[in-house]
Design a protein around this ligand. Sequence first.
Ligand code: URP
Ligand code: ZN
Ligand code: ZN
Length: 401
Amino acid sequence: MHTHMDTPFMGATTSDDHASGSRAAAVGGTTTYIDYAFQRPGERLPDVLAQWARRAEGRSAIDFSFHLAVTSPYPDLVADMALVVADGITSFKVFMAYKGLAMLDDAQLFSILTESSRLGATLCVHAENGHIIDVLADRMVRAGRTGPLGHLLSRPPETEVEAVNRGIVLANLADAPLYFVHLSTAGATAAVAEARAAGRPISGETCTHYLLLDEELYHTPGFEAAKYVVSPPLRGREHREALWRGLREDALGVVSSDHCPFCMSGQKTLGADDFRRIPNGAPGIEHRVPMLYGHGVRPGRLSLERFVEVVATEPARRFGLYPRKGVIRRGSDADLVVLDPDAASVVLAQTMTQNCDYTPFERWHVPGRVDEVYLRGKLVARRGRFVGRQDGGRFLARRPA
Ligand code: URP
Ligand code: ZN
Ligand code: ZN
């Protein structure tokens, strides 16, 4: 539901392109991904979509689609939004953070919310208060705190909670649905739960790393901690517990990877002297399904049924791919993952398929193993090896959810 392949961001380009990233997905039990086509200033949405399609077509080993991230509104934006919706792109994204790079103001957010709802599209929102983050980050640097720990300290939970609450109020005002990406905090989960209980069309996803990794990792000595510089940052235990509970109780409906790999060597190092310049993101598409099974289902945090819902069924439903994807039944694509509960694996960057020089899950022992993966009935991965066709993936035009 949430990947960034071959994407220029913060001065670097993500290290997986659609070829390597889709192979890694297949090996890890994912048969479809929706990548964020990312508008840059001066670009029109249909052109951005064409760029992303060129990057993926004939190179992706699994099925794919795109969301369109609007970073720079322009006079014909509304007409262009309608054009891409007609091409099967039924979701947009806006950022409440990354000031000067992608952040929109509330007026822009509100207009796009209204228009995407009118078009029957879903708006995905990156909810962090970019203004406050900038003030806090500048303070850190002025105080001489330029290392990766500054990333955590400049993005306290309140910066997410405030943006989520503001997003919900604006969505109510626009009478529009809203989908929050990569939620990391207990407060955001509670706000989404409350809106849903009130019958509002608000939903949210979290990611594998927010469920399993602790903010203590930012205290890793030296520059190693840059491995975990993702936005929003990793959090403490009480937040993780709220996220697991949110998944069980349907406040959160989707677990994505937010796969956004940057190598430590030559990419993360752009921020060696200033954490504000560390490209934000980490690899994860290959380990989403195995980690969620091994560390979600096995310790009893999620039922087997709920696991299937949050990795496959709900993503397909919420983004207009159901029942073609997300369900095993007559007439649906035969995308199947065979998981051996009695086997186990160990995550190692050296042997993974993702094109990155590290993984945040290095040396994690994972109960269960993805043994066979089928895309539309054809075997594409077997025991950690890609055996499909590099050009076997198809673009999926999506319906409104
Ligand atoms: O750190 C992250 N999440 N990088 C990818 C871009 C985004 O905000 O989703
Ligand atoms: Zn984001
Ligand atoms: Zn992302």
